[in-house]
Every structure is written in C-alpha cells, then in structure tokens.
Design a protein around this ligand. Structure first.
Ligand SMILES: C[S@@+](CC[C@H](N)C(=O)[O-])C[C@H]1O[C@@H](n2cnc3c(N)ncnc32)[C@H](O)[C@@H]1O
Length: 239
C-alpha cells in the first residue's frame, strides 16, 4: 500500500496519535505517496461526469489536502478555491500546483465554519468525510449549502459498501473498531472512520439541508454482483 517514499510506520503512528489537523501537518510532505490521496482515476471519473453539467464559474474543493481536487476542477471552472484546516497540507498544495491555470486560491479554515457565502457554483470533496461524525454531517452540509449560489452543485463520489464478510468489509470494520478504542483512551481524538457515511443517511441529511439529491453511476468502477454501481457520484443541487 505504501511506496518507499511514503511515511514510515513510526511516522504514521505519531500522526495517528495527534489531532486531525496536526496529524495532517505531519503527514503532508509524504501525503501524496500514501493511499489516502485520492487517485487520479477517481478524480478523472468525477471530472468526466461533471463536464456535461458545466462549465462553472467558481469551484470549491472542500478539505482539499494537497490539492487533488484541483485536477477535475481546472477544466470545468474559471476560478478554483481549496479549503483545508491543515497548514502543512495547504503548503504542499501551493507547492504542487505549479503554473497550471487557473491558479487555485488556498484558504485555511475549518470546513465546519466555512468563511464564504453564496460564492461558488460547484463544490466537490474527495476522501474526507470519514473525518466527520454522523452528528456533524448536517452542520457540514449546511456550511457547503451556504457557500453555494442558488442552483449551485455539491458533488462527491461515494463507494458502495463492501459485501458483508468480504476481506475489505473486515478490514474496514477492524480499522473503525481500532479507531474507536484509540479515541476512547487517547486525547486529542483523531476522527477517521470508514463506515460512517452510508449513502441513504447522507442523502437524507442533504435533502433536509435543502439540496435536491440525485446520483450518477461512475461506470468506470464497474458493478457489484447485484447490478448496483460500485461507485456513484452524488449530485446535490442547492434548490
Ligand atoms: C484524506 S485527506 C483528503 C485530501 C484530498 N481531498 C484528497 O482527496 O487527496 C483529508 C483532508 O481533510 C482535511 N480536514 C479534515 N477535517 C477537516 C476540517 N474540519 N476542516 C478542514 N479540513 C479538514 C485534512 O486536513 C486533510 O487534508
């Protein structure tokens, strides 16, 4: 899973014993060599699915990390903003963005209190929802809703849960159980769970926030045995 350029086990352990923002500050220089950075294949699939719905004026990447979301946003938006609360991740994002146009505007903020109102036509987010407890979800969605202009779109991919009893099912369940133990005995907490973002509950919270919710299958990732897509793009439009 980790390349030789990635973090050592010790570095990962120190990160996991920190708060979320401090943990990402520590991981930032090596983050792109970890499996936690959203792979280009996902980013491109989302970009392709959004293209017919654009172009957009201003795009926001929520929890932008080292800037992965700029890849799909660049061809779609005239202006791009990435927001994250880790100064270390934002520094890497700035370094890695190079000269590509449009140059993103990087903003340090906790996305549970976003400093924008009616500023964006499109918001995306990749690989970050595990950092929010289910009880925080409505508040987070309300923040994104407020950042969007009327008619604006909040889009993010959601993978189908692995089949019960599969190796991945047990791996994710084991990770979440380990995190619960860690958070019961250690401060500060590091909130990161894989199984706290089920699509039906997420869609309900989005609808309650005032979004019209649809989903698109991302066919690149195939279908499960029951015919349902392995990965969907959630499209939540500010009514
Ligand atoms: C797994 S990384 C994903 C980064 C990037 N979106 C990607 O796909 O590669 C999660 C990111 O969420 C950020 N994050 C977590 N909770 C946050 C919060 N409450 N406010 C702002 N950023 C947050 C972390 O700092 C980290 O950069």
């Amino acid at each position: 899973m980790f390349s030789p350029q990635g973090p050592t086990l010790r570095e990962l352990a120190v990160q996991a014993l920190s708060s979320v923002d401090r943990g990402y500050d520590l991981l930032a220089p090596k983050f792109d060599q970890t499996p936690f950075r959203t792979p280009d294949r996902f980013l491109d699939a989302v970009g392709d699915a959004l293209r017919p719905l654009g172009p957009f004026d201003a795009g926001l990447d929520v929890c932008c990390g080292t800037g992965a979301g700029a890849r799909p946003l660049r061809p779609l938006c005239r202006r791009i903003t990435g927001v994250d609360f880790s100064a270390g991740m934002l520094a890497e994002a700035r370094d890695r963005a190079g000269d590509a146009e449009p140059a993103p505007h990087w903003v340090r903020a906790d996305v549970r209190a976003l400093p924008f109102t009616g500023a964006f036509d499109l918001a995306v987010s990749f690989g970050a929802f595990g950092h929010f407890l289910p009880a925080e979800r409505p508040g987070l969605f309300a923040q994104v809703h407020r950042c969007l202009r009327p008619g604006g779109l909040f889009a993010f991919p959601v993978a189908a849960p692995p089949p019960v009893g599969s190796a991945l099912y047990w791996a994710l369940a084991g990770f979440d159980a380990g995190m619960r133990v860690r958070n019961a005995v250690w401060r500060p907490p590091f909130v990161m769970y894989y199984r706290t973002f089920p699509l039906p509950a997420v869609a309900k919270d989005l609808a309650r926030t005032g979004f019209d919710v649809t989903t698109l299958p991302l066919e690149e990732f195939g279908r499960r045995d029951d015919g349902s897509p392995r990965c969907r793009l959630v499209l939540a439009r500010r009514a």
